[in-house]
Design a protein around this ligand. Structure first.
Ligand code: GLN
Length: 495
């Protein structure tokens, strides 16, 4: 077989089981593609020795007829996941040199399911960003371009390296994490599929914390079937994470029938934003039509507190981040600043944190500390928490009225050029998350499915939001949408 790196998880799994290829061949094809794609800056720590060793072990298991779900399938891991003995820096200078003594639960589960780790993927520093431009490793670059224009585009963020690597076929799939949209937005920008499961589905243990009440891991894949396969391997109860849910994980792949007859799909009027590009409006209407043609009932719904979601998120997420990031003090992890004669512990903290954290992270720590301070706690943090409850209730009301899933655009635009937003006011960048943060605030599952191209030839995604714990049903609706949309475009290879 040729071009093995271009396969998806399901195709490669089936080929492996039929003996048409081996995991070593698949892994070598990916390693070669990775080495030829340094221009994308997607992989920031390559682990070819680990990959080949796991691939050989997988081939043995396949031969012995003992192949678990992801056996022999090469994937990339976002740098936010702690991987034993392998640099895990959350794309931050402050974690330079940090090689964890332990493995995150999710990456361990993937390894137990037989997956082969190719290396660590670029991201925004501590997962704060929407363009992968806050990384200490430098930007990840999208494999997509606007027609013949050679402007470098963002793959989205914060899981930008994961998105670029999957879209460019450097790996079969990758892990991402999503606090306010960081799986779904980069998936939409690069024409791939990304699902954030219900809060509590995947263990957060060993994933560098950003905002603990919002963070969830999830798969970024070439199609919906692959998302079902990989999500199942990532999910499950973990006693090491007290917010992980002790709820059985169904066989998600078996739920992909494509039959959505009689399902009620809500179209929330508050997601129709002023100044939304006509192409996004049209994509959204087309998506609703496709679901209707597949037998679903389309209903107009209202989620009245939507407009407060972004401000509430940008209070809650920095508040939690400022507290989570207090542990980086130059003592326990990674890098410590060079100290001068006579410097004490305060100088060590100050110097280490001033040079270890980038600007966006410093901004979030300051905002977070401010909204949690005694004088402003009620005005900002407590108010944001109340708004969060109302946002969650909006969704609960709609689901109680019989809606099975909600269809929205995934992003307010197609991918933008690197540098185009960084000069702007940071709020411009934050606006990217307008359709995704509500889902994190409410703890719901959400998936982005590639559904069309804009007039410059860039991918656009649609988001489906599901009921809590019903990822199987959500994946099936996404599968029906994927079948109807028939998105097959790939970036032209320039790197
Ligand atoms: N872009 C959002 C932020 O910067 C979301 C990031 C994420 O989901 N990790 O906070």
């Amino acid at each position: 077989m040729s071009d093995l790196n271009k396969l998806g998880l399901a195709e490669a799994r089936d080929a492996l089981r039929k003996g048409e290829t081996t995991s070593v061949e698949l892994t070598e094809a990916c390693l070669k593609a990775i080495d030829a794609a340094d221009a994308l800056n997607a992989f920031v720590h390559k682990t070819p020795e680990i990959a080949l060793e796991r691939a050989k072990a997988a081939d043995e298991r396949i031969k012995a007829g003992d192949a678990p779900a992801m056996c022999g399938l090469p994937i990339g891991i976002k740098d936010l996941f702690c991987t034993k003995g392998v640099p895990s820096q959350a794309a931050s200078r402050i974690l330079e040199g940090f090689k964890p003594e332990y493995e995150s639960t999710v990456s361990q589960q993937l390894a137990d399911a037989g997956a082969v780790m190719l290396g660590k993927l670029n991201m925004d520093e501590f997962a704060m960003g929407s363009s992968n431009e806050t990384s200490v490793y430098g930007n990840a670059v999208s494999p997509w371009r606007r027609g013949n224009d050679d402007t470098q585009l963002t793959p989205g963020g914060s899981s930008g390296g994961s998105a670029a690597a999957v879209a460019a076929d450097l790996c079969l799939a990758a892990t991402g994490t999503d606090t306010g949209g960081s799986i779904r937005q980069p998936a939409a920008f690069t024409g791939i599929t990304g699902i954030k499961p219900t809060y509590g589905r995947c263990s957060r243990w060993g994933i560098v914390a950003f905002a603990s009440s919002l963070d969830q891991a999830g798969p970024m894949t070439k199609n919906v079937r692959d998302a079902a396969i990989m999500l199942e391997a990532m999910c499950g109860h973990d006693p090491k994470d007290s917010t992980s849910a002790d709820i059985p994980v169904p066989n998600f792949e078996a739920m992909l029938t494509g039959d959505i007859k009689g399902k009620k799909i809500g179209i929330p009027k508050e997601y129709r934003m002023d100044g939304m590009p006509a192409e996004i409006e049209k994509l959204w209407a087309d998506g609703a039509e496709m679901l209707r043609d597949a037998g679903a009932e389309i209903v107009d719904i209202s989620l009245p507190h939507t407009k407060y979601a972004l401000p509430a998120y940008y209070v809650i997420a920095p508040a939690e981040a400022s507290s989570n990031l207090a542990r980086y003090d130059g003592v326990r992890y990674g890098r410590r600043a060079q100290l001068a004669q006579g410097d004490g512990i305060t100088e060590m903290y100050e110097k280490t944190r001033a040079e270890g954290f980038g600007h966006e992270v410093q901004r979030r720590v300051m905002v977070g500390t401010y909204v949690l301070s005694a004088g402003f706690y009620d005005a900002y943090y407590n108010r944001a928490r109340k708004v969060r409850t109302l946002i969650k209730k909006d969704f609960e009301d709609v689901f109680a009225a019989g809606v099975d899933a909600i269809l929205t655009p995934a992003t307010p635009s197609a991918a933008f050029g690197l540098g185009e937003m960084t000069e702007a006011d940071p709020v411009q960048m934050y606006l990217n998350d307008v359709f995704t943060v509500t889902v994190n605030l409410a703890g719901l599952p959400g998936i982005s499915v590639p559904a069309g191209l804009d007039k410059q030839g860039l991918p656009l995604g649609l988001q489906l939001i599901g009921r809590p714990w019903e990822e199987g049903d959500l994946l099936n609706t996404a599968y029906a949408l994927e079948n109807a949309a028939g998105f097959v475009a790939k970036p032209g290879k320039w790197w």
